[in-house]
Design a binder for this molecule. Sequence first.
Ligand code: TUI
Length: 315
Amino acid sequence: MFENNKVTKLTGTKYPIIQGGMAWVADAELAAAVSNGGGLGIIAAANMPPELLEQQIIKAKTLTDKPFGMNIMLMSATAEDAAEIAAAYRIPVVTTGAGQPGKVIEKLKPLGTVVIPVIASVALARRVESQGADAVIAEGMESGGHIGEITTFNLVPQVADAVKIPVIAAGGIADGRGMAAAFALGASGVQIGTRFVCASECRVHENYKKKIIAANDRATAVTGYSLGHPVRALKNKFIKQFEELEKSRVSAEEISAFGSGKLRLAVVDGDTENGSLMAGQSAGLVRDIEPAARIIDGIISQASDIIAGGRRCTQ
Ligand code: TUI
C-alpha cells in the first residue's frame, strides 16, 4: 500500500519510512539496517570529525546496497564539512535539522541530491520550499532532542496545506497507528527516531535502550527553554540538575557547559543518571528490542490494515 508513493520516489526506498538523524546514535550500522529493511537509513553527521564521517559512509556502503542518507545538524561547527562530504560521496538524500538549510540546498541541489529539511513551523516550511527543498519533515514537539513548539497533530496538516512538496511527519510516531494517523493528516511519509534507538542493530548502550523500554507516557521532560534550545529527554538526575540550573542565576554559558558531552555519556558509556537520554514521547510506546527490518514490517503491516480497513469509528 505504501510502495511507490511521492516519498519513496524521492528516496528510492521500498517504504516511506525515514530514520531520524540522531547524533551519536545514527551510525553506519543502524543506517544500513534500516535501509536493508526497506526504509531510508540515515547517518547523522552531527559533530563528527570529517574523517570519521567518511569512514561511516564507507562502512555503510559495505553493509547495504540500498540507498541511505545523511543528516546535517546545522548548529554544528562541522555542518559545512558535512555538506562537502555529502557532495563528494554523492549521498542521494540529505536531511537537515536545527537551523536554516539555505546554503546546504544551494550547494547540494545542483548535484541532484534530494534535500529534505526538518522544520518545526509553517513559515520555515514555506521558506525551504521556495529555496528548492524536495520535501519537508514536519517535526512536532513530541520528538526527542532539539524541538520546536507545535505538536505533530497540528503541525503536519498546517504544513501540508501550506506547501506543494511532500510532507513527512515526525514526532510521536512509533507504530502503525502513528503512521496511519500521519497519512490521515496529509503526510506522505514518516520519520522515526526513538523506536529505532531500540533496534537490535543500534549500538547505543544497553542501559539507554532499557530506559526507553521502561518509559511511560510521562517519562520525558523538556529543558533548555532559557537557552533558546529546548531539548526533550528522559527524566533523570541530569535533567533534575539542569532544571535547577535553569531556575537559578547561573549564566547561560555555564548551563550550556554543564550540558556539553552528556549525550555521549548516555549513548557510549551508558550513564543513565548523569547522561542526556534524548528520546521522544513515543518512548512510552516502545516495548522491545527488535531488528530494524522487523520494526519496519510491523509498522507497515499495522498501518496498512488500519487504512485498508477503512475502520468504522465504533471503537
Ligand atoms: O535537530 C533536531 N534534533 C536534534 S539536534 C540535536 S544535537 C543537540 N544537542 C544538544 C543540544 C541541542 C542540540 C539533538 N536533537 N531536530 C530537527 C529540528 N530542527 N527540530 C527543530 C528544528 C528546527 C528549529 C528551528 C529547524 C529550524 C529552525 O529554524 C529556526 C530559525 O529560524 O533559525
